[in-house]
Design a protein around this ligand. Structure first.
Ligand code: SF4
Ligand code: SF4
Length: 259
C-alpha cells in the first residue's frame, strides 16, 4: 500500500473511531454530546436562522458553524477532501466498495453514465428540501432521517421515529452497497453544498501525458467514476481528493497533485 493511501486510511480511522467513541459513550450514558455537536451540516443549516433570528436551531452551536466554515474553506483549497479523508460514513462506504468489488466485481449493477448523471442531481433536491423545511420549522426536522445521525447515535432520543429511522438507515446502507457510493453521489446534502465550491478547488490531481501509458489503473481505482486517464487535470466536482488514483498509478509522477 502506498504511503499516501496508508495516511488516508489512518485519517479515516481516526474520525470513524471518534464517532464510534461518541456513540458508545452516549449509549452508556457517559455523555450527552453526540456526533451532531461536530456535524458541519448543522453549521450550514444554522446560517439562515442566525441571520433571521440571531439564534441557533435546536442543539446546534458555534462549534457546528466553525466546523462548517472550516469545511467550506477546505473545499476551496482541497476540493471535497472531507468526503475522502474525514467523513465516517464515507469511510464505511469506501469499505463497501472494496467488499462489493471483491465479491461481486466492479461492473455489478453499474448504473449507466446518463442515469448516473441525472441521479447525481438528486442531492441538490434533497439539500433544497432540507434547507427550506428546516428554515420554516426552525427545527432539525430531518435529524431522524439522517443516516449519519441515526448510525452514530444509535437512533437515540430527539423525538425520532425509531422504526422509520431504522428502515431509512438500512435502505441507505443496502443501496450504497448495491450501487457504488450511492449515498455520496446521489443523496448526500453536504456533498451538494460542497460540489459547486469544489470546482474552485485549488489543489487537484494532474496527469502528465508524457509519463502516462494509458493503462487505465487510475480509472478503475476511482470510486467516483472519474476518467482520470483521459484528463489533464481533475477539476470534476465529484472528486473527493482521496488520491487512490495517484496511489495506484504505476508510472513515476504520471499523476501528481498541483494547482
Ligand atoms: S494509472 Fe497512471 S499510467 Fe495508468 S492511465 Fe492512469 S495516469 Fe496513466
Ligand atoms: S479522481 Fe482520484 S482523487 Fe479524485 S476521487 Fe477519483 S481516485 Fe480520488
Amino acid at each position: 500500500m502506498a504511503k499516501i493511501e496508508i495516511t488516508r486510511r489512518l485519517f479515516q480511522l481516526f474520525f470513524l473511531g471518534g464517532s464510534v467513541a461518541l456513540l458508545v459513550r452516549g449509549l452508556m450514558g457517559l455523555t450527552s454530546r453526540t456526533v451532531e455537536y461536530y456535524c458541519p451540516m448543522g453549521g450550514i443549516v444554522s446560517i439562515y436562522g442566525l441571520f433571521r433570528k440571531q439564534q441557533f436551531i435546536c442543539a446546534l452551536n458555534e462549534t457546528n458553524l466553525s466546523i462548517a466554515l472550516v469545511l467550506l474553506v477546505g473545499v476551496v483549497i482541497t476540493k471535497k477532501s472531507f468526503c475522502g479523508w474525514v467523513c465516517p460514513l464515507g469511510t464505511i462506504f469506501d469499505w463497501f466498495v472494496w467488499l462489493r468489488r471483491k465479491t461481486l466485481g466492479k461492473d455489478f449493477l453499474r448504473i449507466p453514465d446518463l442515469p448516473d448523471a441525472v441521479l447525481s442531481k438528486l442531492k441538490y433536491v434533497v439539500l433544497a428540501v432540507i434547507l427550506i423545511l428546516t428554515f420554516r420549522a426552525s427545527e432539525l426536522i430531518f435529524r431522524g432521517y439522517d443516516p449519519f445521525y441515526i448510525l452514530f447515535t444509535g437512533g437515540k432520543g430527539h423525538g425520532l421515529i425509531p422504526v422509520v429511522s431504522l428502515i431509512i438507515l438500512i435502505g441507505v446502507l443496502a443501496a450504497t452497497f448495491m450501487f457504488e457510493m450511492a449515498w455520496c453521489r446521489y443523496l448526500c446534502p453536504l456533498s451538494a453544498v460542497m460540489s459547486p465550491l469544489s470546482r474552485l478547488g485549488l489543489l487537484k490531481v494532474k496527469r502528465d501525458p508524457a509519463r502516462c501509458t494509458s493503462c487505465g489503473l487510475c480509472d478503475s481505482a476511482c470510486y467516483q467514476r472519474i476518467p482520470v486517464s483521459k484528463l489533464a487535470k481533475v477539476t470534476r466536482t465529484d472528486c473527493t481528493a482521496c488520491l487512490d488514483c495517484v496511489a495506484r498509478c504505476p508510472e513515476d509522477r504520471a499523476l501528481d497533485i498541483g494547482v
